[in-house]
Write a new protein. Structure first.
Length: 321
């Protein structure tokens, strides 16, 4: 079902862009002691996990956004809050996102679900009686929803949350080519280029990266780099097969999706209709909130990061009960 969110944006952060930029650039991040763990994969690659302190309680796996990491504001903040609320929280870094390039030419993308399934399976094998939930942000939210839809009622998670999801990748890519949103595209494309150059400075690249300077948009990057590296015939094939919107109807576990209609990474046309939702899915919409923003509070000196409250409240009700 689709419901209206209880979020009330801070008066001092009017508009989608301030909501998006404030927590990313001005939030004072909490200190979160972590324990690192590396999973070696069957294909010769590896995945790095960052476990927050806490030895008991249900496990919550966090999936970051494009080029995100433990230092992303939403990841550090939620790891801290979940730990305070009695969960064991762990951030799964997508391949190559923990400061060390991964070993294979392939890395990660919006529709990659195999690594998520692998991590969940290993955690469940170690602790078969422990409830496990997952929270995905942006790209991580798209991959999470796709995996939930692919597996339906057989999915091993107890509950899931997805935030600011680019439900239709083509729609999102088009939106980021217009207006102020081009600055987000510029910033993220440059991060992707830097990662590609660093990685393939020490290994052979199976695609042509000699003219990366000419790549200016997500559509160009995904057509030249993401699609061929991951077995797609081109950008349209990648977007069509990896967008989560078509999979939401098949989700079989309690899932909360949090989204703002003013998200500057996409348009309202990208948002699924109620008929596209599974009976186990709740889509909470708000007119405002930006992209992974949702900052409330009466003063810049006392900001309230509402996402953390809403996510932990939902997981407490759905997992701990």
């Amino acid at each position: 079902m689709i419901v209206e969110s209880t979020f009330r944006p801070a008066w001092w952060l009017p508009g989608a862009h301030l909501q998006t930029l404030w927590p990313a650039f001005f939030r004072k991040l909490p200190t979160v002691p972590i324990r690192r763990e590396r999973f070696e994969l069957d294909d010769g690659d590896f995945l790095d996990l960052s476990w927050a302190s806490g030895q008991q309680g249900p496990v919550v796996i966090l999936l970051h956004g494009l080029e995100g990491s433990f230092d992303s504001h939403y990841a550090r903040g939620l790891l801290h809050t979940l730990t305070q609320r009695g969960f064991r929280a762990v951030l799964m870094h997508f391949r190559g996102c923990n400061g060390e390039p991964n070993r294979l030419p392939r890395s990660y993308h919006s529709g990659e679900t195999g690594d998520i399934a692998y991590v969940v399976r290993l955690i469940k094998e170690r602790e078969p009686d422990t409830p496990v939930a997952a929270v995905g942000f942006s790209l991580g939210g798209n991959a999470l929803l796709k995996w939930l839809g692919e597996t339906g009622k057989q999915n091993p998670l107890t509950a899931a949350v997805a935030v600011s999801v680019p439900f239709e990748l083509a729609c999102s890519a088009d939106r980021l080519e217009h207006g102020f949103s081009r600055l987000y595209q510029y910033y993220l494309i440059n991060k992707l280029k830097t990662s590609i150059k660093r990685k393939f400075s020490t290994m052979h690249c199976p695609v042509d990266i000699s003219d990366l300077a000419a790549v200016k948009t997500f559509r160009q990057f995904d057509d030249r780099i993401t699609a061929p590296l991951h077995g797609f015939s081109g950008v349209d094939d990648y977007y069509a097969l990896s967008s989560s919107r078509q999979y939401i109807k098949g989700i079989g576990i309690p899932t909360l999706i949090l989204h703002a209609r003013d998200d500057p990474f996409m348009t309202p046309a990208c948002i699924p209709h109620e008929s596209e939702l599974s009976p186990t899915v709740t889509l909470e919409l708000n007119k405002r909130g930006g992209h992974v923003g949702f900052t409330a509070g009466s003063s810049p000196l006392r900001p309230i990061y509402w996402l953390e409250q809403r996510i932990t409240g939902f997981l407490h009700d759905s997992v701990i009960k």
